[in-house]
Design a protein. Structure first.
Length: 484
């Protein structure tokens, strides 16, 4: 089926930016991959994922009643319902009345409060009824002292709230996100996560009280956070927020059919089984036909109607459907949905500006520029999470990969990278520094490999995936040009 090229291009240019600032999204912007249904189940306490995989998205979305109604409608077996009581225990948004800030957490742990007690205090604060003595404690320090000194009273309160929730047939769910913001060094962060995992295990003994933690994949270091009895019960139930290629395109179709110019894609993708779903709001949500998500061959045909069949003038340049996610993947093959949408949004804008008469909605050169923009986004995200990575990668600008690691180590030595990072660590000037820096360049390489930035090839050479290589200005023969 053909599509109006101009309208489709505008719809692509209007794709959402997908920023996660802790605000609950409207239900029509919520796409639920089948693999994520298990992740938002109250009985699964640990959810992991790369930066941009949707951890903060779900942390905020689950707080919204209409979103929970929509999620429950998508899976009849879902234990999440519109009546689920949802509270926040830590997150990206400051909320001193709901949970302590990073500075307050640090103060409590420095005063010899076990992190488990600190998080139990936060959970008790969310559970305590208005007439409970805990409510008369004005500061988090006073509340932690109360929890530490009154264990039996607290246990009875937890049990009473569990019994109440069980009589109602609902879950009481406390959400924790952005744990990288709870500390500036690895040991403090690991202590905090370990304590939270202990409380999540304790909550499993109740029928209806639950904790859900959203952690970055690199934070789940078993030797640091799981050295307590039965920790395996939490780790074994971990669910990863993954985005296989078909789900990335499912997200794209969902965003387009429910966007500003959604009608053109509703006609393009819809079939006799498709219909808008009433969300009990003014907006309606267009329900995608399942084949548009499950069939990659169907997705490929539809996407190539928009992009054209090749990434150039002939098939040797590659095919857009596979080319885009392949060039946005890290060394583990993971693609951030945020960068995927950003690449296509930029491609549409660039086509409209520079190739407005093109026969397809997206020009292949514009798609390459979209990947350049997405690379800058991923580099910016990496810089926010790990400032030290920027110090290690900037000196490599202009290099061509793959290359022998000795060339990279020489660059670091000439620029004094290892020495500077070591000094910054001593002065506590760098957040979450490389954990293996004591091993020198090889240790920094290992840390970059764990983040999906570096990859060791079979012949021993080092390589960097396009999504980081382009943003940091490195070259690769025949690859996407670096950002200048």
């Amino acid at each position: 089926m053909a599509i109006d090229v101009g309208k489709a291009r505008q719809a692509l240019a209007d794709l959402p930016e997908g920023t996660s600032h802790g605000e609950a999204p409207p239900p029509e912007h919520v796409y639920l991959p089948r693999s994520h249904i298990k992740a938002i189940d109250p009985d699964n306490p640990l959810v992991t994922g790369m930066r941009g995989a949707g951890k903060t998205f779900w942390w905020s979305a689950l707080q919204d009643l209409d979103v929970r109604r929509w999620v429950a409608s998508q899976d009849s077996r879902s234990k999440l319902s519109v009546d689920t009581e949802v509270r926040t225990g830590f997150g990206v948004k400051p909320a001193p009345d709901e949970y302590p800030s990073k500075d307050v957490l640090g103060q409590l742990m420095r005063q010899d409060f076990d992190p488990r007690i600190v998080w139990r205090t936060v959970q008790a604060w969310q559970l305590a009824p208005d007439n409970h003595p805990l409510r008369r404690q004005d500061t988090w320090l006073e509340r932690a002292q109360y929890i530490d000194n009154q264990p039996e009273s607290v246990e009875r309160m937890f049990q009473q709230r569990d019994d109440e929730s069980d009589r109602k047939g609902i879950y009481f769910l406390i959400l924790f996100d952005a744990l990288d913001r709870c500390a500036d060094d690895w040991q403090s962060m690991y202590r905090a996560i370990r304590g939270l995992m202990q409380t999540a295990l304790e909550m499993r003994s109740y029928k209806r009280l639950r904790v859900k933690m959203f952690l970055r994949s690199d934070q789940v270091n078993e030797t640091e956070i799981a050295d307590f009895p039965d920790a395996s019960k939490i780790l074994s139930s971990a669910v990863e927020l993954s985005w296989p290629r078909r789900e990335l395109y499912g997200l794209l179709w969902h965003s387009l059919t429910n966007g500003e110019n959604g009608e053109v894609f509703q006609t393009f993708l819809g079939d006799e089984d498709s219909a808008p779903v009433n969300l009990d709001r003014q907006a309606l949500l267009f329900d995608l036909p399942r084949r548009s998500i499950l069939s990659e061959e169907y997705q490929r045909k539809k996407f190539h109607v928009i992009s054209g069949p090749w990434m150039g003038t002939n098939p040797r340049r590659g095919f857009p459907y596979t080319w885009v996610p392949n060039h946005l993947a890290d060394t583990e093959g993971r693609v951030s949905p945020r960068s995927f949408l950003a690449a296509l949004r930029t491609a549409a804008e660039d086509t409209a500006t520079n190739r407005s008469d093109h026969e397809y909605s997206l020009h292949y050169d514009s798609i390459k520029r979209g990947v350049q923009e997405a690379s800058k986004i991923r580099v910016s995200e990496l810089r926010e999470d790990y400032p030290w990575v920027d110090r290690a990668m900037r000196p490599l600008e202009g290099m061509v990969v793959p290359c022998v690691f000795r060339e990279i180590a020489d660059r670091w030595q000439n620029e004094g990278v290892i020495e500077r990072l070591t000094e910054e660590m001593k002065q506590q000037e760098v957040k979450l520094p490389p954990s293996r820096i004591s091993q020198g360049p090889a240790g920094v390489r290992a840390d970059l490999e764990s983040l999906g930035v570096f990859m060791r090839m079979r012949d021993g050479r080092g390589n960097i995936p396009d999504v980081f290589r382009v943003g940091y200005g490195l070259g690769r023969r025949g690859g996407v040009r670096p950002v200048r």
